[in-house]
Design a protein around this ligand. Structure first.
Ligand SMILES: Cc1ncc(COP(=O)(O)O)c(C=O)c1O
Length: 345
């Protein structure tokens, strides 16, 4: 179960091609031009496995981040390494500890594996409550930290992540999911991996790089930890299109700062509008945020869908909130119109 499947499961009705899709945390800009060109150019070689292209991607990323390439594994998006990490490190005896509200893929995988799922409410500042996670997860196999968090888009201070890593039970690991990190100013957790801690980091090209439909990501981990994950899958060739698009994207020096700026600017305009109109929301550092509809959130989703604006799902712990993905300026204008209409009804 990954974001599009979760979004599709929560979608109430089929949508038309002109619908505003701000329900799955996608990037409306899509892949950058260099990535598109690289994909078009590789097509004639699509009859070959071309695994050296994956080596080049890994080497490019490792060099940029000062990582040992042996700690970097290219994956088909970050859903497979997330799910397989859960299979590798949780069991009926080893629980899965996560934030609430939090991203559901790991929870669903852990449930299927018969592991206890421990959901720990976020703090008042919407950070992961690492002390409560530790207290509730003495039998933990895996602590999942999503930074920024999905669905709130809020950050967990670096010191809290370090505290969790320093105080966790000996045989457990910490997975830091950095799917949205480029959209924030937060520091990544690569140094913890480099320092040999029991930490694995997940990255995806689905968000800032706009490649959700192309499928590329990374597992960044100590080889002994990664080997445990690889026993459950991932040993396969990467699609050449995804690999060359990812490499080309990494080589665009302005892509991440420029897209971070665009997202932050549209997000701020939306927040300004919500504030001016008296709506409550949780300020976010990501491409999604939670807005409080002060009524069952699902009703608002259903009503907005009638106006062809599909907004994100509702988390049981925050039943009056819906998650909104930051779309284009034009999409967010349509969101405002539909939201105002539904809220005034
Ligand atoms: C927090 C988080 N992790 C992982 C993923 C998986 O994305 P993908 O498999 O497209 O890399 C998503 C998708 O939305 C996500 O929100």
């Amino acid at each position: 179960m990954s974001e599009p499947m979760l979004a599709a499961a929560a979608r109430r009705r089929p949508h038309t091609s002109d619908a505003v899709l701000i329900d799955s945390n996608e990037n409306p800009l899509g892949p950058c031009q260099a990535a598109r060109d690289a994909m078009a150019a590789i097509l004639p070689r699509g009859g070959r496995y071309e695994d050296e292209l994956t080596d080049e991607l890994v080497a490019t990323f490792a060099q940029m981040e000062g990582l040992n390439p042996e700690y970097v594994y290219a994956t088909v998006g970050s859903t497979p390494p997330l799910a397989l990490s859960v299979l590798a490190f949780t069991s009926p005896e080893k629980s899965y500890v996560t934030a609430d509200p939090g991203y559901e893929t790991g929870m669903r995988t852990a449930e299927n594996a018969g592991a206890r799922v421990v959901k720990v409410p976020l703090t008042k500042t919407y950070a992961h409550d690492v002390k409560a996670m530790l207290a509730a997860g003495q039998d933990a196999g895996l602590f999942y930290i999503c930074n920024p968090n999905n669905p709130t888009g809020t950050l967990t201070p670096r010191a809290d992540i370090e505290y969790l890593v320093a105080n966790k039970p000996k045989d457990s690991i910490v997975v830091v999911d950095e799917a949205y990190i480029h959209l924030s100013e937060a520091a990544n957790a690569f140094d913890l991996v480099k320092a040999g801690k029991d930490v694995m980091v997940l990255r995806t090209f689905s968000k800032v790089y706009g490649m959700a439909g192309i499928r590329c990501g990374f597992l960044i981990a100590r080889p002994d930890l990664a080997d445990k994950v690889l026993q459950h899958g991932l040993r396969n060739f990467m699609p050449v299109t995804a690999v060359v698009a990812a490499t080309a994207s990494l080589k665009q020096p302005n892509l991440v700062p420029e897209r971070r700026r665009i997202n932050a600017s549209i997000r701020q305009h939306t927040f300004d509008w919500l504030t001016r109109n008296g709506y409550s929301f949780i300020p976010s550092e990501s491409n999604c945020f939670m807005v409080d509809t002060k009524r069952p959130g699902q009703e608002v989703r259903d009503a907005m869908a009638k106006d062809n604006v599909l907004v994100g799902r509702v988390w049981p712990i925050m039943p009056t909130y819906v998650r909104i993905t930051v779309g284009t300026e034009e999409e967010m204008t349509k969101f405002q119109t539909a939201f105002q209409k539904v809220m005034r009804a």
